[in-house]
Design a protein around this ligand. Structure first.
Ligand code: PLP
Length: 454
């Protein structure tokens, strides 16, 4: 552990570093952040020597696990050969060209063209801008409005956060962008627990149609949604919902943007949620699992008819980032995809560890504090509730799950808490024993909380 002037690294960090999605005052008062030093497989170690089982795979991205030598080697080799070149003005690099081709093969039929960036936010922003440009080229420049969902998360850049529906983000300088609208999330646990699933799915999808009719389809550019809302609390779509919102978009000539930043590359046991749910989006956003977080890289997959229009942009497409298609990030992404294939990790999530994880987690549903357990592949949510029989939620919300998360951290397990939902998404290399460890520890933490609540 490094100390300078008697201060720990965490304290020095808190003095000069504004942390994202963190109460920075509280962090400083608590003596600074936990300093994570090392990772191997599903485990992390901090600078005090504590070990954590990372049941969130970083921020749901380190899908192949930590400490992969192959990825470090590929990055070092590519850096030595060609550390950087851009993809503007008629140039490309080998890894970039190969990655675009590989993504076209992996993603459903008509998504054959990639636009590269560095983060999920940038590709969500890009989808919005390019969709509006597409409509402009189609002679319908008034089609500009973006419809997103409450509790949707598409990133922190202005257009992405405007499309998202996270209240705290809108409250902090994010409001005011014109031409953004939102509909209710299909959050059955909160909004339709007493309704049959099919009726709730129809009602939630109808909200989109009503919103399009209210705004006028001639003014709406696109609808953007995550297949499973992640940062909003792992809100799973009721059966039939996604197909129906896609139908509604098609009926009203509204582009359908599927934000697969979390869901793609195996998290759900398929290469994409589009493939799993039989969807054909006009745009698909990819990031996180593309490189398993080893390099910042993202891709916007564009469907053929839209790509044709964008290719024809007069004077060239006026859009891009210095690091679009960065050769080192692209080389790492290619090797990451090769690892997923070589080790059959997507199949492992679909057929073996995913079902085991979901079944084991489901065991918690018998506990009094647990209102619902949701799971698919290696995505799991545990919904905590004050009074299960009366379906009464905790008031105020967001306290109990945060206490539970800290209890788990003290016991060496990292999860995320949103409102009173615990979110779990371990790396694909998680073993059955590690799944047992996560669920047993969760059970022990819930025991503690039951006792504290009396
Ligand atoms: N879209 C979804 C579904 C996400 O979960 C995230 C990040 O968590 C983003 C977009 C934004 O990605 P980034 O943080 O890389 O900008």
């Amino acid at each position: 552990m490094s100390e300078t002037d008697g201060r720990t690294l965490g304290q020095r960090d808190a003095a000069h570093h504004l942390h994202p999605f963190t109460d920075n005052r509280e962090l400083a008062a608590a003596g600074g952040a936990t300093v994570i030093e090392r990772g191997e497989g599903c485990y992390l170690w901090d600078d005090q020597g504590h070990r954590y089982l990372d049941a969130l795979a970083g921020l749901w991205c380190v899908n192949v696990g930590y400490g992969r030598r192959e990825l470090a080697d590929v990055a070092a080799e590519q850096m030595q050969r060609l550390a950087y070149y851009n993809t503007f003005f008629n140039t490309t690099t080998g890894p970039t060209a190969e990655l675009a081709e590989t993504l076209a093969e992996l993603m459903p039929g008509h998504l054959n063209t990639a636009l590269f960036a560095n983060s999920g936010s940038e590709v969500c922003d890009s989808a919005i801008r390019l969709a509006r440009y597409y409509w402009q080229q189609k002679g319908k420049p008034q089609k500009r409005i973006v419809i997103g969902r409450e509790e949707g998360y598409h990133g922190s850049t202005l257009a992405a956060l405007s499309a998202g529906g996270i209240g705290a983000m809108h409250a902090q300088g994010g409001t005011g962008l014109p031409d953004f609208a939102h509909i209710e999330a299909p959050y059955r646990f909160l909004l339709g627990h007493d309704m049959p699933e099919a009726a709730f799915a129809a009602q939630a999808a109808r909200a989109l149609e009503s919103k399009i009719e209210e705004l006028g389809a001639e003014n709406v550019a696109l609808f953007i949604c995550e297949p499973i809302q992640g940062a909003g609390g792992l809100i799973f779509p009721p059966e039939g919902y996604l197909a129906e919102v896609q139908n509604i978009c098609q009926r009203h000539d509204v582009l359908f943007v599927l934000d697969e930043v979390i869901s793609a590359f195996g998290r759900l046991g398929a290469w994409s949620a589009a493939e799993l749910f039989g969807l054909s989006p006009d745009f698909m956003t990819l990031a996180k699992g593309l490189s398993s977080g080893y390099q910042p890289i993202s891709a916007l997959m564009v469907s053929d008819p839209i790509a044709e229009v964008l290719r024809d942009a007069e004077g060239g497409l006026a859009h891009g980032f210095t690091y679009s298609g960065h050769p080192v990030a692209a080389a790492v992404a290619l090797e990451n995809l090769a690892i997923l294939k070589r080790e059959k990790l997507v199949e492992r999530v679909r057929e073996e560890i995913g079902p085991y994880f979901c079944e084991t987690l489901k065991r918690l549903e018998t506990r009094p504090l647990v209102g619902e357990v949701r799971g698919l592949g290696l995505l799991g949510a545990v919904e905590l509730i004050q009074d299960k029989a009366a379906h009464r939620l905790f008031d105020p919300p967001g306290v109990v799950a945060a206490v539970c998360r800290e209890n788990l951290k003290a016991r060496g397990i990292i999860v995320r808490a949103v409102r009173d939902t615990l979110l779990i998404a371990p790396p694909f290399v998680v073993t059955r024993e590690q799944v047992d460890d996560i669920v047993d520890t969760l059970e022990a933490a819930l025991e503690d909380i039951s006792r504290e609540l009396g």
